[in-house]
Design a protein around this ligand. Structure first.
Ligand code: SF4
Length: 373
């Protein structure tokens, strides 16, 4: 269940899944829903890839995936794993050798479909390498690359075909007594994805990796992902998520977190509540929020901030936030602390002042959390 149990209309009952480990990150069971992204640099460019992994981790990524298309990438992977602050998943397609190399290089998880890597002996070798190196596996079914026999059976990619594909891959791992796996059934179509995920959620207790594949650019992909992943998460389905965007991986992480934050499933950083602004605004709300978002990126402690243009909604929103500012006309506004009107502040000084107040509140919350441990 989510952290919202004080208000039952906000409760989300998570599907019960087995828990596996991706490096030191638990996935499934009652573990927090992990946020993932994937690098888009050349894996052989170790410096660029490590920089991207670090930026994603700084933005909150719990796990990062890296493509391993050739032997040189397997070699680079070893260095990337060594430098990475988070567990690395190796993305493998078809080449069973790459799977073995990635496990040996220290990947925390292999994204590989056991049914697509050749005969039984090869499958066994990959599974042995994963087992020997404490490496979990993600089965990644994709509507765009379903097996031929399933396309022939069902005529086109459909939820049933995707679930059947997933179960076939699962069976191979289970027949080899390998149970440290999670599964995804992605499609670029929201309806197909959602139906396939519901089907697989009923058919297995494996942890589920959620994603809408090839979702699009920053705006369209965010909306598609919020609808697709948001609905599934609301139903309680999903143990780790990746938002796929044609954009910087850091954006994927931010969007992933925002989806989870909207549903009360994860909390991180400052949740800014701001009005769209209108002719009544007492200061430039849009510019202020843009600046504050940037200046408060370093805050990781969950807290809330309301930035509201005027008294129509300002005092009401401020009641429910840790720090608030409401425009009041005459070049100044009211600062609210812990829901109460505290003091006036000029519009010119308010950004620096709000940053200061948020940093102070974050430090207080961190100290209180430490004292409680
Ligand atoms: S809170 Fe005030 S400034 Fe903001 S949109 Fe509403 S009426 Fe306009």
């Amino acid at each position: 269940m989510s952290l919202n149990h004080v208000r039952p209309w906000r409760d989300i009952y998570r599907r019960k899944s087995r828990q596996i480990m991706v490096g030191n990150v638990p996935v499934g069971g009652d573990a927090p829903i992990a946020v993932q992204t994937m690098t888009n640099t050349l894996t052989t460019d170790v410096a660029a890839t490590v920089a991207q992994v670090q930026a994603a981790a700084e933005a909150g990524a719990d796990i990062v995936r890296v493509s391993v298309p050739d032997e040189a990438s397997s070699k680079a992977l070893k260095e990337i794993v060594r430098e990475s602050p988070v567990p690395i998943v190796a993305d493998i397609h078809f080449h069973y050798r790459r799977g073995i190399e990635a496990a040996e290089a220290g990947a925390a998880c292999l994204r590989i479909n056991p049914g697509n890597i050749g005969d039984e002996a090869r499958v066994k070798e990959v599974i042995k390498a994963a087992r020997d190196h404490n490496c979990s596996i993600r089965i990644g079914v994709n509507a765009g690359s379903l097996e031929k026999h399933l396309l022939e059976k069902y005529g086109e990619p459909c939820p049933e075909a995707m679930v059947e594909s997933g179960l076939e891959h699962i069976r191979i791992l289970q027949d080899n007594d390998f149970h440290e796996f999670k599964i995804s059934v992605k499609a670029s179509d929201v309806f197909l994805s959602a139906a396939a995920y519901q089907g697989i959620a009923e058919a297995t207790d494996a942890p589920i990796h959620l994603g809408i594949t090839e979702a699009g650019g920053l705006v369209s992909g965010t909306i598609k992902s919020a609808i697709g992943l948001g609905n599934l998460l609301w139903m309680g389905i999903g143990d780790t998520i990746r938002v796929s965007l044609s954009a910087d991986p850091v954006e994927e992480v931010k969007v992933g977190f925002e989806i989870l934050k909207s549903l009360g499933l994860r909390h991180r950083g400052v949740n800014i509540i701001s009005c769209p602004s209108c002719a009544r605004q007492g200061f430039d709300v849009i510019k202020t929020v843009e600046t504050l978002e940037r200046r408060l990126e370093h805050i990781k402690t969950p807290m809330s901030l309301s930035i509201i243009g005027c008294v129509v909604n300002g005092p009401g929103e401020a009641l429910m936030t840790d720090v608030g500012f409401t425009g009041g006309g005459a070049g100044s506004g009211m600062v609210y602390l812990a829901g109460k009107a505290s003091h006036k502040m000029s519009n010119e000084q308010m950004i620096d002042h709000i940053v200061e107040q948020v940093e102070k509140k974050a430090a207080e919350l961190e100290a209180a959390a430490e004292a409680a441990e």
